[in-house]
Design a protein around this ligand. Structure first.
Ligand SMILES: [Cu+2]
Length: 533
């Protein structure tokens, strides 16, 4: 993982972050996006299987689990977004493969049941869609695949947005064991608003700095207010290891019993429920900060590691996949909710306007999906986060800021301080500043040579090219750690913790830190966010 500037977040969560940073240093690189597959053979056709495997946890445990995977390898061109290389779809993964389809497309899912015979039938529900089935055996909620058998589900992807899929058979056990995944339905058309104005400027900024486009689409819905610049999918789930251990013990004891024969079934109580692992996209922190498709997680391919630049509109796709609610808190700003369960929330009197709430905490609820928009600009900091100083000899410190109608510097998308909040331009952070900044700010920081934060401390409260170098301390020329891990040319973003606000859920088997936690990084505009791997 690249160096990060922890300052702002530390003000809020100092202890948590201090511990976090130590752990985060184990993670080699950071990647994100919303990777998935678009189908095999024909687009919209998915050959899935339900199988067993062990999931890895950061405390060293391997959890016997069930999950959906690909029964036949997807075509190489089927992995999306194309900007991410190295995608794979094993026969079992948690969450199941993210199915990426387009509005109006006919989706066919062929499911074969590769679970142990004692596990019995399995199935998939596609809530929100009109599903027809062929083959399989009748079940309580849908047609099911018997052990060794298969079933086919067909539906039209009628609604854009983020949707979930999960087992419709003995859900208290099968969903807990890992049988769930996501469907992303892309809108059939892109609103013109997404290719002009600020969205076009953001794209121009991306191109100027040589960044790839990792989006699956340009809009979440057929609506001008749903354009976005980046997107991330977060699936929340938890694991009660007692249930998994019992399932494994019984599956092992029953061996290759004949499916449906007397005694060939599991009797695993799913209450009382005491989860000990709390996962985002199937991984606990810090594993979720490793890349997508990292080789050490053959059955947990997706990560949770959002990056963004100031001013970018980021689409968050959030799904509650477990059986508990999790208060997902996105630090740094509220999230404007676009839709729930694929239903766009619009004003009743003017359907050109969004009407979803701006939420401090996007609480995940079992079975519910949310789409929301997030952005960060630094507005309201009350200091210049780029450390501009009109009296400096450094040209990077004397950049201009011309406010647009909303107060942001958006005239030139190639500017390093594109999207700066101009009211704070040239305002220093410190009353008694260190480094190359003008004096008179609202706060006094301790000398960075005294406040030593280890190898990951950027040594600067500022974003941007060489801001670290310019923010030298009064007792030295360079912040103590900047010379080691955080070179002035390296990543010096602001890090914000995104996590469950139920703080027991940011543990892994009761050890802190872990669980449902990740770091969102605000990177300066010129830093190239590379989500590929
Ligand atoms: Cu929080």
């Amino acid at each position: 993982m690249r160096p990060i500037n922890m300052k702002i977040a530390i003000l809020k969560k100092r202890l948590i972050l201090a511990a976090m940073v130590a752990v985060a240093s184990l993670a080699p690189m950071v990647h994100a996006a919303a990777p998935g597959i678009t189908g095999t053979g024909t687009a919209g056709t998915f050959n899935l299987t339900a199988q067993t495997a062990y999931l890895t946890q950061p405390d060293g445990q391997s959890i016997y689990s069930w999950g959906y995977g690909c029964s036949t390898a997807p075509d190489s061109g089927s992995f999306a977004p194309s900007a991410i290389a190295g995608g794979f779809c094993n026969t079992m993964q948690v969450p199941g493969p993210t199915l990426i389809v387009t509005e109006g497309q006919t989706v066919t899912v062929n499911l074969s049941n590769g679970l142990p015979s004692s596990a019995g039938n399995t199935s998939i529900l596609f809530p929100g869609f009109q599903v027809t089935t062929s083959g399989g055996a009748p079940g309580l909620l849908t047609q099911e695949a018997a052990p060794g058998g298969s079933v086919t589900y067909t539906f039209v992807a009628s609604t854009p947005g983020t949707h979930s899929y999960y087992s419709g058979t003995q859900g208290d056990l099968q969903v807990e064991m890992g049988l769930f995944g996501a469907i992303i339905v892309l809108p059939s058309s892109v609103p013109s608003a997404c290719t002009s104005g600020l969205p076009a400027k953001n794209l121009a900024a991306e191109a100027h700095w040589g960044e790839k486009d990792f989006r699956l689409s340009q809009a979440a819905y057929d609506h001008a207010k749903t354009c976005y610049d980046r997107e991330y999918l977060f699936q929340f789930s938890e694991v009660d290891p007692r249930i998994h251990s019992l399932a494994l013990a019984q599956v092992t004891a029953l061996g290759a019993c004949t499916a449906g024969a007397a005694g060939c079934s599991l009797q695993v109580p799913t209450e009382p429920y005491h989860p000990a692992y709390f996962m985002i996209n199937g991984r606990s922190m810090p594993d979720d900060m490793d890349p997508n498709y990292a080789y050490q997680y053959p059955h947990q391919p997706y990560n949770g590691n959002p990056h963004l630049h100031p001013g970018e509109t980021v689409l968050l796709r959030i799904i509650g996949q477990g059986r508990w609610q999790h208060p997902f808190h996105e630090h740094a700003n509220h999230v404007r909710i676009l839709a729930r369960d694929g239903n766009l929330i619009l004003s009743q009197s003017d359907d050109t306007l969004l009407a979803g709430p701006a939420l401090f905490t996007t609480t995940t609820t079992p079975g519910i999906t949310m789409d929301g928009l997030f952005y960060y600009t630094g507005r309201g900091l009350n200091w210049d986060m780029y450390a501009h100083n009109p009296t400096s000899a450094d040209p990077l410190a004397t950049l201009g800021c011309t406010p647009d109608a909303n107060g942001y510097n958006t005239g030139d998308p190639t500017a390093i301080n594109y999207y700066e909040w101009c009211q704070d331009h040239n305002k220093p952070l410190q009353a008694a500043p260190f480094g190359d900044v003008a004096s008179g700010g609202p706060a006094t920081l301790p000398d960075p040579n005294i406040l030593t934060n280890g190898a990951w401390y950027g040594g600067s409260p500022y974003l941007g090219a060489n801001a670290t170098a310019r923010a030298v301390g009064t007792t030295g020329t360079t912040p103590p750690s900047g010379t080691i891990a955080n070179s002035p040319g390296g990543e010096a973003g602001f890090a914000f913790m995104w996590h469950s606000h139920n703080e027991r859920e940011i543990t892994t088997n009761n050890a802190f830190p872990g669980g449902m936690m990740m770091m969102m990084l605000v990177d300066s505009r010129e830093f190239v966010i590379d989500e590929s791997n």
